[in-house]
Design a protein around this ligand. Structure first.
Ligand SMILES: Cc1cc2nc3c(=O)[nH]c(=O)nc-3n(C[C@H](O)[C@H](O)[C@H](O)COP(=O)(O)OP(=O)(O)OC[C@H]3O[C@@H](n4cnc5c(N)ncnc54)[C@H](O)[C@@H]3O)c2cc1C
Length: 953
């Protein structure tokens, strides 16, 4: 008890000390949120006592100094996509804020300098126009941060062990455990560090000399790195470099946060040749596939991926998988071969060389080389879909395990057969093998139920047997690219031998004498470290059951800087479900549920974007809607039904309230009115929206004007938000409906409104709150009316993208309804009938999530590009977070999602366009840039053409 109290006092004292320099909002210590940070993509769980969200190097220095003073262990965390448990802590977790993500490309694009939270994929998108990229290419590159990529020395399908961070780093900036800083790009910093940290520099220099003088050890190290290896520290740095500062810099790569903090890194970029060719080739067995790989190794192929028969069986019959994969022999093995060249001639030459090798192999007829980007993407999706497809077949409650070993390539076939034997011996019949054949790097995936002790013991036996096979029989690597983490920490010396193992321990001691940097990772004295702190996965909701907690969803989530991310929502709900089932700790259950109400449920935008990047397609928003529905009382459901039945009156009341707000604003001023509503929210709760000067005037109710009786008829359904919100105060433009009608007139079209339009709605506002019955009722009413008014012939246009998407998904069974989302309609049916004079000056565009989810984003982007010369999107805000009307009640959600929106757009960008009224409102309110419907833009830049005989719609 005494110990517990003193430990609590220690964390309390640390918290108070940190709160002097870091805002308390970024010091997280509540039960639910700390639990949510206790997960990465691995099968371990450690719940931190305190999470510190750092946004600058100064904050890192303050934090590590405070931790050192308190003797408190800490772990750095980037995107938390690690697979070996290295991004977890049961003490202090230093979370690198996603906003610390600057990128600077040199004039010739040969170098790129990155801050630690820059996402690898974003860096590559910035480099793409120069036909360059960074070397490391983990499959997780779109989600992983540069700090994590470097600290794991992550690699992938093409980079091998030539273009990884270790080999392509130009310079690095590091914060060490005492707060000292070394920037190897700066001569001043190098000199200062050499003086101030002469202890560290001398010890490393001395260690390197000792290693270099040991010829057998040098030979051993060189031999180990002939293949990919991320087991232990990058000790080749000790023999590759003479300058101790360069040795220190390179030891940081692959050190998994156990030696210091990477606060900046400059990469030498590598070419990204634009001419690609892809082929999927089938072989009768793994031996033939591996033999072909070694022959192909002499050619400049970009990648060769191997997939064993079990892998191919797991994706058989899935959409997009070619026919020839449906009938496979017992041992069929596939190679996915990619070539890349700078021009067409180079590509053809490579393909000819590869084909001449393949002609001599016993290959089964499969695909020839394709140069078509879409077809190539489809073939790569087969390979990339292996992990998800296993995730999908995972039994409830089990955990998915990915191992990552490397063998000398010439032994690959035999090694793969040995692995298969191990799987069978340990009962992992569903295990699949795939990987980077060129480098001899195999991944294998299987599922284990860690809820059962017998399974834990079986897994321990498997690891022991696998270590013997990989290290003793083949002299391979236990971790080729995913990092040692906790998973392989007990086996580092088994792989490397005692002498190299002792060097690694010495390195750890030199950098981290207190032993507080990510303890238990890479170096561990616990022989059971790999089976300690295992993650249990209680069964929760079928909607999210398949989640592997990989974290790919996090980058798209608008609440990622405010509350929880989709992965964290799922992890937290699993814990709540486990507590509910066990009935054991009721107090903790209550605590977690109370916190989840805001962090998990209320601040979820339910935009579905997470589902678009989730490897197993989970839409966490759909899950949150289910939770909302389950919480509703009978009374609230009745109220929702009442609102649905009296919808036009409710819209009338909303417009009246807006009008009253504007009158009040005129009398007492916007500032006072906003302050009053803030007080009101404290008294009456969040249902009272906060006043904001961007709130528009009420819209004029829609009437079925037959303003242009001669044009071709188009059914125009203005969404309910367009019927509530009119134009901003002082605007010289007409309302959205007027502008769209005007555009129709220019194009020779005639708008017809559905009967009783003011009573109609697609039900989105009800569905997002979990009132599914009311939502369904509104949708059915709308569809019936649209069938009637369109007569099954007329096109139907909805002026708000989310409503159009929802209507489409419901009406898809009714083939007669031709439903258009506004940007799609304007692009297809109006643009060809008007004359456009492009606008000058920078213009912002925001694609609503519904368009991204349903693949309509290109329509909006293309339309804006047709109308304006300089078009820009804000990459920091994949979703605006306004979430229908949620942004009125929880303004902190869009405020957080849009925090850097205006900075992402170029200077002088004062107008922006989108296709969702509430997104436009939210962005205007929180970025100060006036966003409106894309219809306004087209109207501004277009004039009518003289039309003799208009083309039919
Ligand atoms: C589906 C899936 C596929 C994957 N595919 C690959 C693959 O092909 N190749 C591959 O190599 N890996 C792969 N990974 C593993 C992982 O995504 C990568 O290693 C990735 O680079 C980790 O980056 P991160 O930002 O998530 O780092 P994190 O997981 O947050 O951290 C990784 C390690 O780095 C440390 N760290 C993080 N930031 C810093 C910093 N600024 N300074 C010092 N230490 C820091 C952490 O303490 C931790 O030890 C995959 C993961 C998943 C889930």
């Amino acid at each position: 008890m005494g110990n517990r109290i003193s430990s609590e006092q220690k964390y309390e004292s640390l918290y108070r000390s940190l709160s002097n320099t870091i805002p308390r909002g970024r010091l997280v210590r509540t039960p639910l949120r700390t639990f949510a940070y206790g997960t990465d993509a691995s099968f371990y769980r450690l719940v931190p006592r305190l999470v510190v969200q750092v946004q600058s190097e100064a904050e890192v220095i303050n934090t590590v100094r405070a931790c050192a003073d308190h003797g408190t262990p800490y772990t750095y965390r980037g995107a938390g996509t690690s697979l070996s448990g290295q991004a977890l802590s049961d003490s202090v977790l230093i979370q690198i804020s996603r906003s610390w993500d600057g990128i600077q490309i040199s004039g010739d694009a040969l170098y790129v300098r990155c801050k630690p939270a820059a996402l690898g994929g974003r860096v590559n998108r910035a480099l793409a126009r120069f036909q360059r990229k960074i070397g490391p290419d983990p499959a997780s590159i779109d989600s992983a941060m540069i700090g994590g990529i470097a600290a794991n020395n992550a690699s992938g399908m093409c980079c091998g062990n030539i273009q990884d961070t270790y080999h392509t780093m130009d310079s690095i900036r590091v914060v060490f455990s005492d707060g000292s800083v070394l920037d190897t790009a700066s001569p001043v910093s190098r000199e200062k560090f050499s003086i101030e940290r002469c202890d560290l520099v001398e010890k490393i220099g001395e260690l390197a000399r000792r290693v270099k003088s040991n010829a057998a050890l040098v030979k051993h190290i060189r031999h180990k790195y002939r293949i990919k290896n991320t087991t232990g520290y990058s000790i080749h740095a000790l023999i590759d470099f003479d300058d101790p500062l360069e040795i220190i810099a390179h030891l940081m790569i692959g050190s998994e946060g156990t030696l210091g903090f990477i606060s900046e890194i400059t990469y030498r970029t590598v070419p990204d040749p634009p001419y690609h060719g892809t082929a999927l080739i089938l072989f009768p067995d793994i031996r033939a596939a591996c033999r072909a790989t070694s022959e192909l190794a002499g050619i400049q192929v970009a990648a060769i991926e191997i997939m064993d028969r079990y892998s191919l069986s797991s994706i058989k019959g899935k959409p997009g998988v070619p026919e020839f994969l449906h009938s496979l022999g017992n041992d069929t093995t596939a190679l996915l071969i990619e070539v890349a060249a700078n021009d067409e001639h180079g590509r053809r030459t490579l393909v000819t060389e590869v084909n001449s090798v393949l002609e001599r192999q016993p290959v089964a007829p499969a695909s020839d080389f394709t140069f078509d980007k879409a077809e190539s993407k489809r073939l790569w999706e087969i390979r990339k879909g292996l992990f998800p497809s296993l995730g999908q077949t995972r039994l409830p409650g089990t955990t998915i395990i990915i191992e990552d070993v490397a063998f000398p390539p010439e032994t690959l076939a035999e090694a793969a057969r040995d692995l298969r034997r191990l799987f069978l011996q340990h009962g992992y019949h569903d295990a699949v093998i795939f990987g980077h054949a060129l480098q001899g790097n195999l991944h294998f995936v299987f599922c284990v139920d860690f809820n059962r002790q017998a399974e834990v013991k079986n897994y321990a036996r498997f690891m022991e047997a696998m270590t013997r096979v990989v290290t003793e029989k083949y002299d391979g690597s236990l971790k080729a690219e995913h990092g040692t983490g906790r998973n392989v920490s007990p086996f580092v010396e088994r792989e490397w031998g005692t002498e190299a193992g002792a060097i690694m321990r010495e390195i750890k001691k030199i950098f981290d004498p207190q032993g507080i940097l990510n303890p238990g990772v890479i170096i561990s004295d616990n022989p059971r470290n790999h089976i300690s702190n295992l993650k249990r996965t209680p069964v929760s909701s079928p909607t999210v059951e398949k989640c592997t907690e990989c974290g790919f969803c996090e980058r798209t989530c608008p609440s990622r800087l405010l509350s929880l991310t989709p992965r964290q929502r799922i992890a937290a709900w699993r814990e709540i479900s486990g507590l509910q089932l066990s009935g054991l700790d009721r107090r903790r259950l209550r605590q977690l549920k109370d916190e989840f109400d805001y962090e998990g449920e209320a601040t979820c935008a339910v935009d579905g974007l997470c589902g678009t990047v989730c490897p197993v397609g989970i839409d966490t928003g759909a899950f949150i809607k289910e939770l909302r529905a389950a919480k509703h009382s009978r009374h609230s459901r009745l109220l929702a039904d009442y609102v649905a039945r009296h919808f036009s009156e409710v819209l009338w009341a909303a417009r009246a309230l807006l009008a009253a707000g504007h009158r009040a604003e005129r009398y007492i001023g916007a500032g006072r009115l906003a302050a009053l509503t803030r007080i009101g929210r404290k008294i009456f709760g969040r249902n009272l929206p906060e006043w904001n000067t961007w709130l528009p005037r009420p819209a004029t109710p829609v009437r079925n004007r037959q303003h242009n009786v001669t044009g071709e008829p188009v059914v125009y359904f203005p969404a309910c938000v367009s019927r509530i919100f009119g134009v901003s105060e002082g605007s010289q433009y007409g309302s959205q409906t007027e502008v769209i009608e005007g555009l129709f007139t220019k194009a020779g079209l005639r708008a017809i409104y559905p009967q009783n339009v003011n009573q109609l709605c697609c039900g989105m506002a009800f569905a997002s709150k979990g009132f599914f019955a009311a939502a369904e009722q509104k949708m059915n009413e709308l569809i019936a009316e649209l069938i009637s008014v369109s007569d099954g012939v007329c096109p139907i246009v909805i002026d708000t993208s989310p409503c159009a998407s929802r209507l489409r998904s419901y009406a898809s069974r009714n083939k007669n309804l031709r439903i258009y989302e506004i940007s799609e309609f304007l692009l297809e049916k109006v643009v060809p009938r008007v004359r456009i004079q492009k606008a000058h000056g920078p213009i912002g565009v925001h694609v609503p999530c519904s368009l991204k989810v349903n693949g309509g984003d290109q329509n909006l982007l293309q339309l804006v590009r047709l109308c304006a010369e300089s078009v820009h999107t804000a990459e920091s805000a994949p979703c605006c977070g306004f979430a229908g009307d949620r942004g009125f009640n929880y303004p902190e959600l869009p405020a957080s999602a849009l925090g850097r929106f205006a900075n992402d757009l170029p200077h002088g960008c004062e107008e922006g366009y989108s296709s969702s009224r509430t997104c436009e409102l939210g962005i205007s309110m929180h970025s100060g840039i006036n966003f409106r419907s894309v219809a306004y833009l087209l109207d501004k830049v277009s004039t009518a053409t003289s039309r003799e005989s208009p083309t039919r719609l």
